[in-house]
Design a protein around this ligand. Structure first.
Ligand SMILES: Nc1nc2c(ncn2[C@@H]2O[C@H](COP(=O)(O)OP(=O)(O)OP(=O)(O)O)[C@@H](O)[C@H]2O)c(=O)[nH]1
Ligand SMILES: [Mg+2]
Length: 195
């Protein structure tokens, strides 16, 4: 995908404020600190259009990025941030839920897991939920640079088996550090967008 323009449009805390221009959307979901914002920056060839941080729980709204004036990337708040206040957790959860159930333009969700950790309980909940809602899933195992090639292969194979019920096409290893998996992920995103 040739990126001609990237624009941060807005942060949304309540879905009544979703953009109204009906452009197609791809959302990015995963545990807090898993690397969602870094992955978005890497895909868009921008260093810090999506804010990243080593402090978990940085992304607390739905962040809308308009690409090539044609479609949106939506950076979702991370789930499972242990130190967040309970009321805050409930708030984010509600925001993600209402977004996933009500966005009319959502083409699919890039669900991001940590290649070293694999799917956690919360990841599984999200995946099952997406499946029940018939929302297409692209599954990414990020931070692949932290594992050797053979360890990575083994883990990805293991996760595929663990998730066989979901009938995913594949799990794509990815690294925001060295760009591994970037071409494959763009290919998967483009395929969803063409539907
Ligand atoms: N080694 C390595 N580190 C990564 C990678 N992706 C992200 N990180 C690091 O992981 C930390 C969290 O990254 P973010 O992109 O901010 O994670 P996030 O999922 O957006 O976090 P929240 O917005 O808090 O939910 C940062 O310190 C990143 O530098 C990767 O592919 N490899
Ligand atoms: Mg983030």
């Amino acid at each position: 995908m040739k990126i001609t323009s990237v624009e941060f449009v807005k942060s949304v805390e309540n879905i009544v404020h979703l953009p109204k221009d009906n452009l197609k959307e791809i959302a990015f979901a995963g545990r807090s600190n898993v690397g969602k914002s870094s992955l978005i920056n890497c895909l868009l060839n921008r260093k810090k259009i999506a804010r990243t941080s080593s402090t978990p729980g940085k992304t607390r709204q739905l962040n809308y990025f308009k690409i090539n004036q044609k479609f949106y990337f939506v950076d979702l708040p991370g789930y499972g941030f242990a130190r967040a206040a309970k009321t805050e957790k409930v708030q984010w959860q509600r925001l993600i839920e209402s977004f996933l159930t009500q966005s009319k333009n959502l083409q699919g969700v890039v669900s991001i897991i940590d290649s070293r950790i694999g799917p956690t309980k919360l990841d599984l909940q999200l995946l099952e939920w997406l499946k029940n809602l018939n929302i297409p899933i692209i599954l990414i195992a990020t931070k692949s640079d932290k594992l050797s090639k053979s360890a990575l292969l083994n883990r990805v194979r293991k996760y595929s088996n663990q998730l066989s019920d979901l009938k995913l096409k594949q799990i794509t290893p990815f690294s925001a550090i060295n760009g591994a998996g970037k071409i494959e992920l763009w290919r998967e995103i483009t395929t969803l967008m063409e539907h």
